[in-house]
Design a protein around this ligand. Structure first.
Ligand code: HMG
Length: 445
């Protein structure tokens, strides 16, 4: 059976940056280390005034198609995952196709287009849809363009304001992929939750502390479900574990829980027992409080062990390097984590071909999904073609007053116009409104 997976990937950040320890923390009267050490963030990306979810998506897609020599006829689907959509009917994918048709000779007239919603997990769901469409043999030799694009803004003053971000990740899903092949096996943890939602409103209503607990609970369920179909997961089976990263501190919590879970009843637990004892088992306790207290104590011990710290440094830390600098990209976040890990491997001369990634996606509301990816032979060439560092370095560093303005520019309730802080250069830009309230876009040479 041929493999199906991600053949190529592109990264597009919003062109503005807010420095969290340097600019945000002093305004909030907070210790900068709350952001750098606590949340694990140094910066957030924002779109300039001529950027939005369509331009970021179209610019990532154009670079991807151009680099891979793809024509519109090669694309049988365009699926966009976003939770920042501005239209309840016309999908963002139609706007993206319209942009791309300005620069390619052909048209996407026979491509199936859609928009998927389930908070941050919908990017992975679009990859799934593409996988299933190809596996079902309905693709007629074509691949799918999958794009995760978001402007993740919170209301000013919301605790989530520190975790904002904006950017797009475009992926081409195809047979015999050059980057990663996807496992057939998947695990889900899903429940009707109200930790984070946007009932017909732009900025989320969030119960931040609860959202952290819901993330952990659903992720654990997804891991258990994955193991029920794929067999036991062992920490040494995976080179990296890219997870949905609303902020790196969240992944730090998830990684510790996951490690405890997957090392239970293994030689690693035995080895660690000499230092921190064995993992508490529920049957060993009369009441829940004593059990959870013992778990907490074990976890505190676990995170201080060399064994865990080494595993974390090798398997998890490389996945959050980009996220630290860009914040939460919602639907794109787990795909940024994958890029981050592969980029780290390339920079450290690792040969990853054939190695495995454990990928954990999550969306509030709430659903987690776990699957495994096998790194393909062409991965190094694909990752070397990315210009992530240049894009990050070229971002315009916002002063506080400029940040306040740009937040208003992208707030659908306020009608504010500001001069762009950057100059468009060979890219799609927002070009005003059409007669039916539609957005218009133009390619700037
Ligand atoms: P907060 O309440 O302002 O922060 O907001 P805090 O007081 O909890 O501090 C954050 C961390 O910094 C804590 O670490 C502090 O101890 C530490 P922890 O104890 O949790 O490990 N800290 C410090 N460390 C060093 N030096 C210091 C210092 N001060 C504090 N001086 C909160 C945190 C997450 C609630 C907020 O950012 C928020 O509401 N974020 C939005 C919601 C969110 O991101 N939730 C994550 C899970 S849900 C999810 O991932 C889905 C999502 O992506 C949406 C979707 O699916 O569509 C959000």
């Amino acid at each position: 059976m041929t493999t199906v997976g991600i053949d190529a990937i592109e990264f597009r950040t919003g062109k503005l940056k807010l420095d969290l320890p340097g600019t945000f923390a002093p305004q909030k009267g907070e210790d900068p280390e709350k952001y750098t050490k606590g949340l694990g963030l140094t910066g957030s990306s924002f779109p300039d005034s001529y950027e939005d979810i369509v331009t970021m998506a179209a610019n990532a897609s154009y670079r991807l198609m151009d680099r891979k020599g793809l024509e519109p006829d090669d694309v049988g689907r365009i699926d966009v995952a976003t939770e920042s959509s501005f239209d309840n009917s016309k999908p963002v994918s139609t706007y993206v196709a319209g942009c791309l048709e300005q620069v390619f000779d052909g048209e996407f007239g026979h491509a199936n287009k859609g928009e998927r919603k389930f908070a941050c997990v919908s990017g992975t769901q679009c990859v799934d849809d593409a996988y299933n469409w190809i596996r079902a043999g309905r693709n007629r030799g074509r691949g799918a363009l999958v794009i995760a694009t978001d402007t993740a803004l919170y209301a000013r003053g919301d605790a989530g304001e520190a975790t904002q971000g904006a950017g797009a990740v475009a992926m081409y899903v195809d047979e015999d992929p050059d980057l990663v092949a996807l496992s057939t096996e998947q695990g889900y943890g899903s429940a009707d939750e109200t930790d984070f939602l946007k009932p017909n409103q732009q900025f989320p209503s969030v119960d931040g502390k609860r959202s952290v607990q819901v993330y952990l609970a659903r992720m654990r369920e997804a891991l258990v479900d994955y193991q029920s179909v794929a067999g036991r997961v062992h920490p040494d089976d995976f080179t990296y574990a890219p997870f949905h990263t609303p902020f790196p501190g969240m992944v730090r919590k998830a990684a510790l829980l996951a490690y405890r879970h997957v090392t239970r009843d293994t030689a690693i637990e035995d080895e660690l027992a000499e230092e921190i004892g064995r993992q508490p088992r529920r049957e060993g306790f009369d009441d829940e409080e004593a059990f959870t207290g013992a778990i907490r104590e074990y976890m505190d011990g676990l995170k201080g062990t060399d064994r865990y710290r080494e595993w974390y440094a090798e398997t998890i830390d490389p996945t959050i390097e980009i996220s630290r600098e860009v914040g939460n990209w919602y639907t794109g976040s787990v795909h940024v984590a994958r890029i981050s890990a592969l980029k780290h491997a390339l920079e450290n001369d690792r040969d990853l071909a054939g190695e495995k990634l454990l990928v954990g996606s999550y969306g509030s509301g709430a659903q987690a999904e776990i699957h495994v990816e096998t790194v393909a032979d062409g991965w190094a060439e694909e990752v070397a073609a990315l210009d992530v560092d240049d894009q990050l370095a070229d971002r315009y560093d916002l002063e506080w007053a400029e940040y306040e303005e740009i937040h208003d520019v992208h707030n659908h309730e306020t009608d504010v116009e500001v001069e762009p802080r950057t100059a468009p250069d060979a890219e799609f830009v927002f070009d005003g409104w059409g007669p039916m309230g539609e957005r218009k876009y133009r390619y700037v040479e």
